[in-house]
Write a protein that binds this ligand. Structure first.
Ligand code: ZN
Ligand code: ZN
Ligand code: ZN
Length: 150
């Protein structure tokens, strides 16, 4: 990653070619362990990479691939371990694990009371959101179209 924060393209990107910030060769979109990213077509000679933001190369991190607790990037588990994502801060003590949702980590929401993640649960009266710190934290939230109703 460079600190070369100039706009990536100086002409309208009508031909879907995004020049490499280092050597100006076209960038290619790839599927990586931390989600999609852009790598230089001259790899391995040029090792420039950029994050993918809504299908375009960007120096910004796509928030969809960030850990909702510690903001590190999420990593996709090996295919034979199942379809889920875990936090790249796992060895540093962040045990966040999220199911795969169309190739990205499922949307996650934090408990307003303790800050831990919420999980959707099924109760007698329909679906609701419960805290993952249960039984230490007994906060629950109503479900409103797939989101906790804070
Ligand atoms: Zn390059
Ligand atoms: Zn984390
Ligand atoms: Zn809680």
């Amino acid at each position: 990653m460079t600190d070369n924060d100039k706009p990536i393209s100086d002409k309208p990107a009508r031909d879907k070619h995004y020049p490499c910030p280092e050597c100006r060769k076209p960038m290619l979109r790839r599927e990586g362990k931390k989600g999609p990213f852009w790598g230089c077509s001259d790899f391995p000679k040029c090792r420039a990479t950029l994050n993918d933001l809504h299908g375009k190369p960007s120096t910004e991190i796509n928030e969809d691939y960030r850990c909702p607790l510690c903001t590190r990037q999420m990593v996709k588990a090996e295919a034979d371990k199942g379809e889920y994502w875990f936090c790249s801060g796992y060895s540093k003590g962040c045990k966040v694990r999220l199911a795969d949702h169309n190739g990205a980590p499922e949307p996650a929401f934090r408990c307003r009371k303790c800050g831990n993640l919420l999980t959707k649960r099924k109760g007698k009266h329909g679906e609701f959101w419960g805290c993952r710190s249960y039984p230490e934290c007994k906060a629950t939230y109503h479900d409103s179209e797939g989101h906790p109703d804070f």
